[in-house]
Design a protein around this ligand. Sequence first.
Ligand code: ADP
Ligand code: ZN
Length: 728
Amino acid sequence: MPEPLLRIAIPTPLRRLFDYLPPRGEVAWLPGQRVRVPFGRRQVIGVVAALAVDSDLPRDRLKQATERLDDTPLWPAELLALLTWAADYYHHPLGEVFATAMPVALRDGRAAEPVTQLRYRVTEAGRTVAPAGLARAPRQAALLGRLLASPDGLAAAQLAADDGDARGALQRLVDRGLAAAESLPWAPVAVPASAGPALNPAQADAVEAVAGATGFAPFLLDGVTGSGKTEVYLQLAARTVAAGRQVLVLVPEIGLTPQLLARFRERLGVPVAALHSGLADGERLNAWLAVRDGRAPVLLGTRSAVFTPFRDLGLVILDEEHDASFKQQDGFRYHARDVAVMRASRLAIPIVLGSATPSLESLHNARQRRYRHLLLPARAGGAVAPRIGLLDVRHRPLKEGLSEPLRAAIAHHLAKGGQVLVFLNRRGYAPTLLCHDCGEVQRCRRCDAHLVLYAAGRLRCHHCGHERPVPPRCPACGTGELRPVGHGTERLEQHLAEQFPDAVVLRVDRDSTRRKGSMEALLERVHNGEAGVLVGTQMLAKGHDFPGVTLAAIVDADHGLFSADFRAAERMAQLIVQVAGRAGRAERPGEVVIQTHCPEHPLLVQLVNEGYPRFAEAALAERQATAFPPYGHLALLRAEAVDGDAPLGFLTAARDAARPLAGGVHLLGPVPAPMERRAGRVRAQLLLQADQRAALHRLLEAWLPLVEALPAARKVRWSLDVDPVELY
Ligand code: ADP
Ligand code: ZN
């Protein structure tokens, strides 16, 4: 019998596998092992997808693989099957799916073994040192703050990458006994377990329902902010761990805070591994291995953690299930929620999707009785729900975007010692810079977008990153004076600081939290009561607990009401409810003020008067009438190129190729993308819509090989997005 051939999945856009001869001397191959192979003029790392006896090519034309990198498969059979399913479902090349599912260190060919690293941890003395003791050593104080926020300690490599040369300051912390260095293959540590509050009846019912389920059992845990969902997760996780099985907890990128990690560790008293984008490659690999080998009973992770191998996974929890960050927006465009449900189904285990504002998809699944709907209707611990009011700003003078009644409300709450959250979803100083003489607006040369003005005197494009100084005069007419138009968070921050000179005003957005640890530092100033007013973007609306906030204000609710995206209203509603959930979480009653020019907009009125569930019902009826998800199913073929005509040319050819196959699938377009030019490339898209999911996938299956073979495909970059979340 001839030696078996290796059918290798290689990370390339080509939707096929590649046959190789095994390297000499290696026997007993299994799918899921990594191999290094020659590919074109490079050596690349692929994964054995299958073994074969025959190839389309004669054996003497096949290349030989260079070396095998794993003695055992990276993934158990269950996960290998899930990845193969995902490649099929998202119609994405298997090699890229495998690569996305691995920690970067494995993608780069490192051995699947724990990495020894130099790590710094805060000592007991460091935990209790008075901040004044470090007042004259800001560098040490900042580092200590970061170490305090990282219960696992931080890798020296990571600290150096974020803070430049931190060695001197670190060494002084070690010399003073405030931090300790250790060199270890890291594994998550356990801290002694502590008891939580006794559950209220709704929480207890939810826990019993999930714990009593057998086999695949999906639950939608629908509980208002502060209703104690996390307590339910903790109790369920504790039970699963006590039964000797593992737990996967998925959260949005912004939801994985040191506080949440600490809460799980303290309650469960077992090692809890974490996987998120802030880790160094070695740290990710170590956490991944700790979960795979069963040393960490619990994994807390963001999107891609859904692909982590477990020794014995017994429960999946996915928090803030409506959050769009669970959908990957480039490369392999999977939805971690949908993949997690599929994984739970294949493993025959329960999965809990939690949210205060469930996605319309999940609500629909609950209504169809595919998910069991668990409700936590009231805030835990006796806190009362905030009062939400629409503030009609028509005909009212606005000063820097704020109306007088809102300014008065802020003053009132500050005077009573409350904290105030002001929400505006636009970063920078002003969204546009306009010439007062000729009316010319400063635009990005590479995108169909205005340049955003920053207080530091720079213009920046939020789409391609282009940046330049503000010109002294209008470059178009040569004389005109340039004026900022509209408001961003920087401008609002300045204005509020002027209006309320006695209050500390802080800004939380992607610009103010770019540096590692700066988010933690800002949050600390909120929690210790120092900050009076917090100005921020949607970053503020997610997952943070601000017990001192008594007023939450939305400066501009109109934006979401008039967007081209069919999900805009749903997003706006979720945002309003999430922002509202930040107010009055503890004993103090909260107030929410929403400034709008459309106080009669039906969806807004319904949301405010009748709450999210009724809003969702109306929104679902609208989706049903238009056959949009969850009632219809979508796929989006995108194309972009420097050459202006190529994308539409390619998409037109692709559409023509689809027509004979279409059977029940509507081909909408092609049309230019809503932002047609971005980073110097012209973009267009073709939307596919079907009432039946199966019909859509049948078409994609037959169509993609034809699309790949189109001559026009060589002139563009194209991608397919199954179940797109963003339609641009
Ligand atoms: P959610 O995740 O739904 O926002 P949390 O689980 O974070 O809610 O709970 C909100 C607050 O209420 C937390 O401070 C939590 O400790 C407290 N809490 C939760 N459940 C209870 C309970 N049964 N009794 C008392 N306090 C509770
Ligand atoms: Zn740009």
